[in-house]
Design a protein around this ligand. Sequence first.
Ligand SMILES: [Zn+2]
Length: 221
Amino acid sequence: MAQVHLTFDNGPHQTVTAEVLSVLERRGLTATFFVLGKHLATPWGLDLAKRIRDAGHRLGNHSFNHETPLGDDPGQHVVDRELTATQDLLDQVWDGPLWFRPFGGGGKLGPHLLSLDAVDWLIDREATCVLWNSVPGDWLDAQDWPDQALADAERLEHDVIVLHDILPEAMTRLDVFLGALVDRGHTFTDGLPADCLPIVDGAPQQGLERFVSRPTPGAAP
Ligand SMILES: [Zn+2]
């Protein structure tokens, strides 16, 4: 039986986020929304972020553009553009703890997730870096992703699931999925397992280096 922490990435989305919020409200659940700066930079995006906050959910930074994983795109200018610019927008609506989730391309974990510059930024800002352990692929299979998600919940004690509140078709399955979790005796939590947190309030944790790319020694600058 798992404790499940729900996360929704890459939004907010003009129509899908509102639907996800109403499903969560009906079920009395809270989640974490890792949002993109490029959406917060629109008037509707910032409005939706306020609705997410006002409904009692958490907001986190998930980069501005979500293009090249930070470990594959090192440099301070990237941190400014992707992390600081998003955080400046997020700060207008969110005064809770600074949570950041890197993106991996298909949900893969590895040193491509973070650059040394990104790590410095997270430490400076006393941020918490939030990874995941369940990526059921809602963008790959809009109909059957709950099967994979339920299998993950069977396997895990503390499940941090990545879903996307930008997928109109896949998110029509959200309520059925949440019902199936409840039926099988799983519960929901706002907590996060230590093995999904390589940085906590700016403090590097054991294993952080597995998620940070380093310049190759001897390579041209
Ligand atoms: Zn993402």
